[in-house]
Design a protein around this ligand. Structure first.
Ligand code: DQA
Length: 150
């Protein structure tokens, strides 16, 4: 099984970007954590980051033919982009929305997510670990497994 993991704007700056909110873990560290978890679960992953909305949409479209599931942290586009919501809805892939921070405990403009209504589930507030949790969740969904995971 193949999972596409997409990261949106400003997430390339993780590690130095507002560490009091997002932690000290870099995006490269998160990719490494995901690779390790994917290996344990027997999943292949592709891990991408872009600062451009249209590129994210192209990557979601590409996942339609390449992947069995999608994990996405769309950054601020989460709160603004109907186009991203439409893209996720169009590809009909099980999609887990991830945020490092708890968006519901922050400014009110972050409480709205255009992705949540078209996502299988949402993980937020657990920092980098949220990506690993998302892999567990999507694996369980795809294999319909309730048993303990590696
Ligand atoms: C974020 C939360 C968003 O509100 C913010 O714009 C981000 C990061 C998170 O991972 O907590 O860029 O998606």
């Amino acid at each position: 099984m193949h999972i596409t993991i997409l990261n949106g704007p400003n997430l390339n700056l993780l590690g130095t970007r507002q560490p009091e909110v997002y932690g000290a873990t870099t995006l490269a560290d998160i990719e490494h954590m995901c690779q390790r978890k994917a290996q344990a679960l027997g999943l292949e992953i592709e891990f991408n980051q872009t600062n451009h909305e249209g590129v994210l949409i192209d990557q979601i479209h590409a996942a339609r033919s390449e992947s069995d599931g999608l994990i996405i942290n769309a950054g601020a586009y989460t709160h603004t982009s109907v186009a991203l919501m439409d893209a996720v809805a169009s590809v009909s892939l099980p999609t887990v929305e991830v945020h490092l921070s708890n968006i519901h405990a922050r400014e009110s403009f972050r409480h709205t997510s255009f992705l949540s209504p078209v996502a299988l589930g949402l993980i937020c507030g657990f920092g980098a670990t949220g990506y690993v949790m998302a892999l567990d969740g999507i694996w369980a969904h795809l294999t319909a497994a309730d048993s303990p995971r590696p």
